[in-house]
Design a protein around this ligand. Structure first.
Ligand SMILES: C[S@@+](CC[C@H](N)C(=O)[O-])C[C@H]1O[C@@H](n2cnc3c(N)ncnc32)[C@H](O)[C@@H]1O
Length: 297
């Protein structure tokens, strides 16, 4: 398709009008935060944020496949000493637009440095809000399994009688577990809290997220060959992640400088992926042409 594997310059609400309905498998993005970083890429007043965003999410809804997912990385800022409600208002308005608010992940920023404020602690996490068009969306949970961890060695080596059957919650929460199900497994499913360091290397953009963040969601919600859109692509991190995982990308940014940076980063990744593929092919053909020794020694 002619819109795939491209970084576009312009307002995402306008550019997306050129994309067909139901064409994208995953939208992963971090929009400009309300009123922040006005000097670098223009801020939107917190009070006007929802009105600014809704025409864009209308396009996101149209281009997303019914089996697709939209992950919105956002955090409400503090205005006059209290958290502004624009994220909550946005969720409510998006539900009216037809979105399902399916889940919320938390990105715990592992490497935040300490700070002191008179009435709060350092903000060490961000929201990743999951929206869907339908309850039957694609999710590949096995792709993000994590090592079971050292606790399992001790805990699973001596199972009690309760461990061998489903143990219902003693506090009546309705949650039960069968510990013996985990015997012999070296991988388990993660939680909805993602522990990841922030991006510290300068990509000539003030709000770059680490490439592993979009990668985690791309693995969870798409398969190779699927299309990933970042409508506020900035320095191109989501496009890189998609490319490295063999997915197609569509990136949009309103700032020409960021479009240049994104395109350059994508081109560099394409070149290095190409040379790795070439090296692999060369290695394989050398191996294939090696004589195989049969018979006596
Ligand atoms: C938080 S940054 C994204 C950073 C990106 N995740 C990265 O890793 O580099 C938000 C981006 O949205 C862009 N932007 C702002 N308004 C836009 C609009 N209406 N359409 C498209 N992009 C826009 C800004 O130029 C900025 O690069």
């Amino acid at each position: 398709m002619e819109y795939e594997n491209k970084i576009f310059l312009g307002d995402c609400g306008d550019i997306l009008k050129g994309l067909p309905d139901n064409s994208i498998d995953l939208i992963f993005t971090s929009p400009p935060y309300a009123d922040q970083r006005q000097k670098t890429y223009g801020g939107v007043s917190p009070d006007k944020y929802v009105d600014w965003f809704l025409p864009k999410t209308e396009q996101f809804l149209r281009v997303l496949k019914p089996s697709g997912t939209f992950i919105l990385n956002i955090k409400e800022r503090v205005v006059n000493g209290e958290r502004h409600t624009y994220v909550i208002e946005l969720i409510l308005e998006m539900k009216k637009q037809g979105w399902l608010w399916t889940e919320e992940f938390m990105w715990h920023k592992k490497n935040s440095y300490p700070g002191k404020w008179p009435n709060r602690f350092r903000d060490n996490w961000e929201r990743l809000i999951q929206f869907n068009k339908s309850k039957k969306f694609h999710m590949y949970q096995d792709a993000v399994m994590v090592p079971v961890g050292d606790w399992a060695k001790d805990r699973l080596s001596k199972l009690s009688e309760t461990d061998l059957s489903r143990d219902e919650s003693k506090v009546g929460s309705g949650f039960g577990k069968n510990v013996s199900n985990w015997v012999g497994r070296d991988k388990v499913y993660p939680t909805n809290v993602i522990h990841m360091a922030t991006e510290c290397t300068n990509k000539n953009h003030s709000a770059v997220f680490p490439v592993d963040l979009p990668k985690w969601f791309i693995k969870l919600f798409t398969q190779p060959g699927d299309a990933v859109l970042d409508p506020f692509v900035g320095s191109g991190t989501t496009a890189l992640a998609a490319l490295q995982l063999g997915r197609k990308y569509v990136g949009i940014d309103v700032n020409p400088e960021y479009v240049v940076i994104s395109r350059e980063r994508v081109a560099e990744t394409q070149i290095s992926l190409f040379s790795i593929a070439e090296e692999r092919e060369e290695y394989q053909s050398t191996k294939d042409s090696e004589p195989t020794y049969k018979g006596t020694q």
